[in-house]
Write a protein that binds this ligand. Structure first.
Ligand SMILES: [Ca+2]
Length: 278
């Protein structure tokens, strides 16, 4: 069984074993849920040979499985170019499965009408690794911005919060699970999906951008574990460009302020605090 094998692995390594450790679906590394250390950025040498990786290709705006997504695999984490060592196409329900040698890989997902996306995955020999999901963002129409949040198993519920200017007011609007906004009236921004059961995606779309600063933050709403160790990732598709932000590991706090958008300028913030979202 996967969990038992990894516990043995960690004992062999002399590391603290937590029954709550998880396989970070975003980081592609085994993490100790207590310390947050990325324990399998190396893989113990007794784990070798081919292994099964599987997951779902998802439509980022609905969270549902997306068929016909071409998935390419490259050796190493966050490797977007170079030789492809394996490929598979997602099935009618979006599911995919492939056998690759033990190691870490970058999965690239592409399909007509979607922004090409990437996700780090891992193969652990004869221990199958599930839930290695990738979310694909539909290409937004000109002038629209799409922001997609994904994360791992823990914490169970992270939330997307977009704030922005309210014309004629010193207040700011906020679009989140409790006030989902609108695509057709102000703030011309909305939250498509609120995921409350791990992994995401949650997608926020700005259909018409006003002058001023928009700010995107992620809040740890519920579930165990540090948000910082969730492997959370935010992607932004704006004016033909695609940006990725990865949550800084091992930082306490429940608010990850990710970036600001002002006109066509995307400014990374990338801090974790307990401050109010503004
Ligand atoms: Ca949520």
């Amino acid at each position: 069984m996967f969990v038992r094998s990894i516990s043995v692995l960690l004992c062999v390594l002399g590391l603290a074993v937590s029954s709550a450790f998880e396989l970070g679906s975003v980081s592609g590394a085994v993490k100790d849920a207590v310390s947050g250390a990325y324990l399998a950025s190396f893989i113990y040498r007794s784990i070798t040979g081919p292994g099964v990786l599987s997951g779902l290709a998802k439509h980022a705006q609905t969270g549902r499985g997306e068929p016909g997504v071409l998935l390419h695999f490259r050796k190493g984490l966050r490797v977007h170019d170079g030789p492809v060592i394996g490929s598979v196409v997602s099935g009618t329900d979006g599911s995919w499965s492939i056998v690759l040698d033990t190691g870490s890989y970058t999965m690239q997902g592409s399909k007509d009408g979607f922004v090409t996306g990437y996700h780090n995955v891992i193969s652990l020999g004869h221990n199958p690794v599930y839930n290695q999901d990738i979310s694909l963002t539909p290409i937004p129409p000109p002038g629209e911005t799409r922001i997609v949040l994904t994360w791992g198993l823990h914490p169970r519920d992270l939330d997307s919060h977009l704030t922005g200017p309210l014309p004629g007011s010193s207040e700011r609007f906020r679009v989140y699970f409790n006030a989902r906004g609108s695509k057709v009236t102000y703030p011309f921004s909305d939250l498509d999906v609120d995921d409350t059961s791990s992994y995401g995606p949650e997608t926020t779309t700005i259909t018409r951008q006003a002058a001023g600063v928009y700010r995107f933050a992620v809040h740890h709403f519920s579930g165990e574990g540090l948000m910082s160790n969730s492997g959370a990732k935010v992607t932004v598709t704006h004016a033909g460009s695609y940006r990725e932000f990865h949550i800084p590991p091992r930082v306490p706090g429940v608010v990850w302020t990710v970036f600001e958008l002002n006109g066509n300028s995307i400014v990374p913030i990338n801090t974790i605090t307990n401050n109010q979202i503004q």
